[in-house]
Write a protein that binds this ligand. Sequence first.
Ligand code: 5GP
Length: 120
Amino acid sequence: ATRPYDDQNIFAKILRGEIPSTRIYEDEWAYAFPDINPQAPLHILVIPKGAYVSWDDFSAAAPAEEIAGFIRAVGHVAREHGLVEPGYRLLANIGGHGGQEVPHLHVHLFGGQLLGPMIV
Ligand code: 5GP
């Protein structure tokens, strides 16, 4: 089972404005900001405003409206950055084997260059 949500995680603090971040996009459901350690010319993190540890509890427990709002926000950010025609990549790490470091659901959006083949 997904562990309980820790409201002291770094992205919770970013959502509350306790840690600074550059707002790329924000709506009722989602907040997007640049990754502090970018792995591509464009590396954006999109997070739901709700308290979800990962894709696991989000997909199992979030209201459908919240899931739709979050997924639409990810697509909106990509379109807003002109990424649809050149293409881009989405990634979510879940839990230990997934290499998830921050226990608030986030989708990585990579773009701005030809991305290499997936290693795993
Ligand atoms: P994970 O491994 O959990 O999928 O990825 C966490 C990501 O959050 C990493 O790519 C890391 O660079 C990013 N990150 C960690 N702390 C901060 C922070 O304080 N601000 C921002 N903008 N990104 C962060």
